[in-house]
Write a protein that binds this ligand. Sequence first.
Ligand SMILES: C[S@@+](CC[C@H](N)C(=O)[O-])C[C@H]1O[C@@H](n2cnc3c(N)ncnc32)[C@H](O)[C@@H]1O
Length: 177
Amino acid sequence: MDWVDKRERVKRHIVHNILEITRFTPTSNPVKIVVLGASDKRYIEIHRNIFREVIKMDPEMTTFDIDTHHLAGEEGIVQHDVTKPFPSSFDIVFSHSLLKFIEPERQVAVLRNSHNSLKTNGLAMHILHCVDTPRRWQYKVDADKMVSKLAEENIPCKKIVLDIDNGTEVLVTQKGR
Ligand SMILES: C[S@@+](CC[C@H](N)C(=O)[O-])C[C@H]1O[C@@H](n2cnc3c(N)ncnc32)[C@H](O)[C@@H]1O
């Protein structure tokens, strides 16, 4: 089993848990989902399959990435820097191990932009595997600090801790009716 296969299992497990805990139920058709950053082409189909399985309908998938060359030929790829406001709105925003690639002072913008792009009843989930010590080229992500910063902007954000993959934290915001 290679790294991408392992990640698929972890992603599936986390997405199932978060949608259950937040009691997310789709109210749009199609359900519009955006993934923030994908380092490998194979993730595009994996993300679609996981969400199709969980929401039990065919989602309309978009992937934003600052660099799209490695994703050429895949469906729904949009070049976009997610520290900038999103160009459209979504039912679900999903990021997995993205924030550690963003400088700490710009990390909160990703959460703010995600939340602001949500449609009514929408859900944004940002998966952090913060138990890992960041590598030399990665940044630390302080989940509690981000929750406080968002609270100052009246964006309620919850940190959900899951016993998956040696400890996973997920930052979640939801858009009320
Ligand atoms: C999200 S991650 C790693 C994902 C991880 N391998 C997984 O399990 O899905 C890395 C990707 O994020 C992209 N990225 C980094 N900074 C970004 C930004 N500011 N806006 C959009 N994409 C970004 C990179 O180009 C890269 O393709």
